[in-house]
Design a protein around this ligand. Sequence first.
Ligand SMILES: Cc1cc2nc3c(=O)[nH]c(=O)nc-3n(C[C@H](O)[C@H](O)[C@H](O)COP(=O)(O)OP(=O)(O)OC[C@H]3O[C@@H](n4cnc5c(N)ncnc54)[C@H](O)[C@@H]3O)c2cc1C
Length: 490
Amino acid sequence: MMPTSKAFLILTPCRTGTRDRCRRTLHLNCLTENLICASGRLDSLNKAHQNHARIVAVPLSTMLGFTSILLLLGTSRLVFAADIKDSLDSLGIVASFPGDVTYTSASSPFNLRFSVQPAAITYPKTVNDISEILKVGAAENVSVVARSGGHSYIANGLGGRNGALVVDLSNMTNVSIDSAKGIALIETGNRLGDIAVALGDAGRGLPHGSSSGGFGFTSRMWGLTLDTIDAANVVLANGTIARALRGSASSFAIVTSIEVRTFPAPPTGTIFQYSWDGLNTTTAAQIIATIQRFVQVHDIPPHLGGEINLFRGAVRGTISISFAGGWYAHIEKLNATVNPLLRQLPTTSRTSFFTGTYLETAENLAGGSLDTKSAPDGHDTFYAKSLLTPESSPMSDAAILAYTTYLANEGFSAEVGWFIQMELYGGKNSAINAVSPDATAFAHRRSIFSIQFYSSAPNNVPPYPQSGFTFLDGLVESIISNSPQDWNYG
Ligand SMILES: Cc1cc2nc3c(=O)[nH]c(=O)nc-3n(C[C@H](O)[C@H](O)[C@H](O)COP(=O)(O)OP(=O)(O)OC[C@H]3O[C@@H](n4cnc5c(N)ncnc54)[C@H](O)[C@@H]3O)c2cc1C
């Protein structure tokens, strides 16, 4: 029992609907966005206020000075976490809180350059659970964020900053397919490997990345994943369960499942790679410029998807390049499509081809297995950037040479590991560019390449060195500074 004759500081989370009432009656002040406080005599509070405010009370003498305020903020957060825990427990929703043995791995982002401490990570099993979690978040005035694959580059699946209530969707893994209509309903906790297997078993396919994301080698043929979405089932911030159309502002709602249009899986596919090693900067630049020109001029079929990969050379002044991709038709036709390009390029150092069923090609791209359950989630410590090259203003020869020269020199001595993927979005017959720029949230429908610049800390573990930022920023700048001033690179 707290003595009622002394002065007290009252510090409590602001609660929906109570904050203004408290303020009017008790002249409370907001200390931070989430906390209200007042000083006074506890015996001046009536019972109702004591109950609804869940007061943290300490002797007034301790509230003078900055240190004590910080202490109190910490105390209040404990009360706040306890409130969330009580609410989730009563709903039967599993959650991991700071201090729990599961918390460290549950709150570990894919990119270890970031360290984020969520208020809790919740594991709903149903749409209704998600609705209840959002209501708890609203009642406690805490940010709620969804985590699906967890591959955000900046830990946004954990809220991107401390204190979020994370809705981990890993238990939401239903996939149902209406084979007659080719429509699939996919819950958003599914991993791409599981989706590929479920659809592949039904003779269907969907465009997506090899380990993550909406772009993959089938995208010139089928588009980006987002282009296949007819509707999204969502839970709004206030807990309302709704069906929404494609496209929204960020954090509009938590998507619990998507309704997608699937495609008949092609009977056969080939994953290919043409590699050139030990290239000097001029030859490397010529290869890139030749491929860029080829995809713009030739009538390449949509069945060809690909990317140009750039890697560190074995000696200073050199780099390695590969043109890798997927071909989703008979292999004979691959030769007919690619040979006119290869005839313009130096003799390859190596080539590799894998031909199989559509599902086998997906497995090959995933490193040999689509099994998402037996291996633990990986991590990296990385810094990445991207830019899109407009079809109307392709990379200039000067920009390409500056880029290969930078990689062959600064790239050779860089402290960080790196790779670059120039993903082929455009060229004739690309389903990505067949969509109008204003039809979806992705507006860059007139691009040739989407270039991913990616660099990892030594051994992929923290700390990520400062020199890595300088290297990668300089690399992107080598292209931009050799391009028109109004170059629209996304
Ligand atoms: C190793 C690796 C490989 C990659 N490969 C490719 C590739 O081949 N092709 C490609 O296109 N991209 C690729 N990417 C990029 C990838 O597309 C993005 O990182 C993508 O955002 C990851 O989605 P996620 O669900 O895994 O991320 P999460 O971290 O779970 O979420 C990302 C953001 O979306 C929000 N969010 C997640 N789920 C929901 C939901 N259900 N409702 C509402 N909001 C939600 C999160 O709150 C967060 O803000 C790759 C990334 C990595 C790390």
